[in-house]
Write a protein that binds this ligand. Structure first.
Ligand SMILES: [Zn+2]
Length: 658
């Protein structure tokens, strides 16, 4: 056959294909008819059968071209076939609904592995797909590991850690796999999921599939996506009474998964069974196949975008027979709870995420707001209690306001929160100009602070955050008030960095030489500082290190702000690292100010004070007249709140302070 003739036939085939109306087919039908599971990628090679994982059928059908659904969210335990659902969808698109598609894995390395171990075997072993790609044999460069060109579309495989890849092209179909493992921020361009989603905005008939096993509560992307959907749970009928129910872990409930224990507390794995929530009868695992087949997804709420976003949650209790069995799960539970009793919760966390498919509430290094509230004491705000011997101030610079906290320090670095101030106004306005919030900072810095002994105290040092907004303004203010020990500070999250490290010169001449008596920028190891403060907030008895807070601030969100952050384990490149995180939308200025005030106290040398120095401070503190107030006495009625703000500022405030 000559070349022209071959081309003609190819053309005719193509024309015939274009003219043929597409058969209305769903992803599940397509997969049952076409998909072959490779021995390389599957423990059950051969023809795909949706019946094997009946809970995937509705999900695959949401992904079909005939469905109105635009976003499908799978919050699943590990190993239930959620990635296969995505692979089937990918195959269906290549074969049946061609268009530009992107598949995102957590990292570029994982994307390469995914391409090699999942996508390539699927394309190779599924004849319908092999045909679609065969055109490209002559131009191999169109098909690389991360790019598959097919008739009518293209599949790009990328990593959640590459901003360049995520904004490479507009796509109609987006498969975001294991989204909880993506980095929080990609190349300084923000959330990789949001970045990828933007790629679909030009397509009105777009579809997005998000899958993941969940991770930490409040930080789990898949959970927050799931909560926006109709939240489907899989209800299966009891083989005895026929009532439908969601399969639950039964450790703390009268029904659910149950087992007997041996004398040493270990589970009798032979005894593992399920107790029906409706009739209380025993359900054995072999019933599961028929229960799954007769199961149905039931929405637990109306989705935020009704009809457009569907979400599915599934635990490992639903794993088909022959996959992970109930006794294995009980065994994992036993190991995890035993370790947790000894203080190691990592396995319990893994169990919660990968078996129950639920988020884990991190309790690691954090302080409960209620615990902090419980230790509140009735000392008056704005007055230094007995024991407070040194005063420092921490200032946090926000776009529309300055926030400060005043802290007193005593022997053994025992500390007292003295005052909270929020000054609205644009920090870009120079001190002395109308509307400048800096004037109020100066007023607070220079006003003497009353002490419970009756004398007054001056603020010894003040650290101001220069890392966020208005860096130059902070430098300028620090320069003017250097003689009052005003220090510009900047947080560094380098691991293990000490609370206060060597400063850098910021006032340089045009030759790059330091200006005599110029301003220095002090670097704060915020991670370590927070760890120290949180450790101190957990101390239960007053004494060295103890943190005192005034009960009066209970009416504010001060305690919530102080406890806003949590130390969690994050994985970067497979390695765990500790990171402080704050739930979205939660304010933490109080904690930041506490860190700055603490750094200022360290700058004063509080860590190196000798007993003689403390005694001197105590003598200074007792020189004056009779105490004005005893901390043991019941809180006297406060005549008036300490006036944090000059009257003119009060009128400018747009939001309430308390
Ligand atoms: Zn029953």
């Amino acid at each position: 056959m000559d070349h022209d003739h071959t081309a003609q036939i190819a053309c005719a085939e193509l024309l015939a294909e274009c003219l043929r109306p597409p058969a209305i087919v769903s992803v599940s039908t397509w997969a049952d008819d076409n998909r072959m599971l490779s021995g390389k990628a599957s423990s059950e090679p051969g023809r795909w059968r949706t019946d094997r994982t009946p809970y995937l059928r509705q999900i695959l059908d949401d992904l079909s071209a005939t469905s109105e659904v635009q976003e499908v969210v799978l919050m699943f335990a590990a190993q239930l076939g959620k990635s296969e659902a995505g692979n089937n969808w990918t195959g269906y698109i290549i074969d049946h609904e061609p268009g530009p598609m992107m598949c995102v894995q957590p990292t570029v390395d994982m994307a390469k592995r995914f391409s090699r171990q999942r996508i390539m075997p699927m394309l190779e072993d599924t004849p319908a797909l092999k045909r679609k790609l065969s055109d490209n044999r002559s131009r191999d460069d169109a098909n690389t590991m991360l790019l598959k060109d097919f008739r009518g579309g293209v599949l790009v495989i990328s990593g959640g850690n590459s901003a360049a890849a995520l904004r490479s092209m507009p796509v109609r179909y987006l498969f975001l796999d294991e989204i909880d493992a993506y980095p929080l921020d990609v190349d300084g361009e923000g959330d990789p999921v949001a970045l990828a989603e933007k790629r679909t905005s030009t397509f009105s008939r777009r579809k997005i599939l998000k899958t993941s096993t969940p991770t930490i509560k409040d930080f789990s992307r898949i959970e927050s996506a799931y909560l926006q959907t109709n939240r489907c749970e899989y209800f299966v009928p009891c083989p005895h009474c026929g009532e439908h129910q969601v399969l639950r872990w039964g450790a703390d409930t009268p029904h659910g998964l149950k087992w007997r224990k041996h004398e040493d507390g270990s589970p009798d794995l032979e005894s593992v069974h399920y107790i029906c929530a409706h009739c209380g009868a025993r359900i054995d695992e072999h019933h599961k196949t028929t229960m799954l087949a007769a199961g149905q997804w039931r929405a637990q709420q109306v989705a935020v975008r009704a009809g457009k976003a569907t979400g599915y949650h599934l635990s490992a209790l639903y794993a088909p027979l022959g996959w992970v069995a109930w006794p294995d799960l009980v065994n994992q539970w036993h190991g995890a709870t035993t370790a947790a009793k000894q203080g190691d919760v990592t396995r319990l966390k893994t169990f919660t995420n990968t078996v129950l498919g639920e988020t884990w509430e991190e309790r690691g290094d954090s302080v409960a707001t209620s615990d902090l509230a419980r230790r509140a004491e009735p000392y008056p705000v704005g007055v230094v209690p007995f024991g407070g011997l040194l005063l420092t101030m921490g200032v946090d610079v926000q776009a529309d306001r300055l926030e400060y906290r005043l802290w007193a320090w005593g022997r053994g670095q025992e500390s007292w929160l003295i005052e909270r101030g929020i000054i609205y106004g644009d920090p870009a306005i120079d001190e002395g100009q109308t509307g400048s919030p800096w004037d109020d900072i100066t007023a607070r810095l220079t006003a003497p602070v009353p002490h419970a002994h009756g004398h007054t105290m001056a603020i010894r040092a003040c650290a101001i955050d220069s890392g966020g907004h208005h860096t130059q303004q902070v430098y300028a203010y620090s320069r003017t008030h250097q003689h009052r020990n005003v220090l510009p500070v900047k947080g560094s999250s380098s691991r293990g960095k000490s609370v206060l490290s060597k400063p850098t010169e910021i006032d340089l001449t045009w030759r790059g030489q330091r200006v005599p008596r110029g301003v220095k920028l002090w670097i704060i190891g915020t991670d370590v500082a927070k760890m120290v403060l949180y450790g101190r907030m957990r101390l239960t008895a007053p004494g060295p290190g103890y943190v005192h807070i005034p009960a009066e601030l209970a009416k504010t969100d001060e305690y919530e702000q102080m406890t806003a952050e949590r130390l969690v384990t994050k994985y970067a490149g497979g390695r765990p690292r500790l990171e402080w995180i704050k739930p979205a939308g939660r304010r933490n200025e109080a904690l930041d100010c506490a860190v700055y005030a603490y750094a200022a106290a360290i700058w004063c040398g509080i860590e190196r004070y000798t007993d003689a120095q403390w005694r001197q401070l105590e003598r200074n503190s007792q020189k004056t007249a009779a105490p004005v107030q005893q901390p043991e006495s019941p809180p006297p009625p406060q005549p008036k709140q300490p006036d944090f703000y000059p009257q003119r500022r009060r009128q400018q405030q747009t939001r309430p302070i308390w």
